[in-house]
Design a protein around this ligand. Sequence first.
Ligand SMILES: N[C@@H](CCC(=O)N[C@@H](CS)C(=O)NCC(=O)O)C(=O)O
Length: 210
Amino acid sequence: MITIWGHENAPNVRKVIWTCEELRLSYERKDIGGPFGGVDSQSYRALNPNGRIPTITHDGFVLWESHAIMRYLVAITEGQALVPAGPQGQARVNQWMDWQLAHLGHAIRALVVLVLKPGDTVPTPAQIDAARMDLLALLAILDTALTGRSWILGEAFTLADIPLAINYNMWKVLAPDHEGFPALEDWYARIMARPAYKPLPARGAARPAG
Ligand SMILES: N[C@@H](CCC(=O)N[C@@H](CS)C(=O)NCC(=O)O)C(=O)O
């Protein structure tokens, strides 16, 4: 049995839940982290010394880091769905997944912190604008890459679409009135049509976690 440790609104947990759903893997999930707390407990730190979510346990095997988990889930699924067969296709999936963790995810997180979780110091409009511009520059890269394509790798939905869409959904919740990017919007409509995908509730109903 696969157990996913992490609450369902955390972006990195959502990646893992969505991957399980795409692969039709059965799993149980334990609410931990964010509003549920518990990530600093001794028992959780024994699973994941970073005190971060998600972590999975699978028949005694423990794994953390959302993208490592996603790749593991593909590896244990017959047919290796969601990843192309050849080395170049696999490298391209890894490129976009790494780009999301290294760049897009940080940019959206920076904006979430300024807009939704400012802490004691109220951010200035200039700080918010700068964070928004950083993010928009990355979204423009993604929009260009998606132009003329159904999915980020071309004709097939792959593992790489998952983290990108999780972040684009967060942007849409943060800036619902933004006119958007044409190719990203077309792609996101296809994402929304996937039965395995569950978007975040609109802002006001719930906030993007992080
Ligand atoms: N690189 C890690 C990042 C994990 C991470 O930072 N997760 C966030 C939630 S998305 C977290 O644990 N936040 C603390 C909390 O929710 O208590 C991954 O991809 O799994």
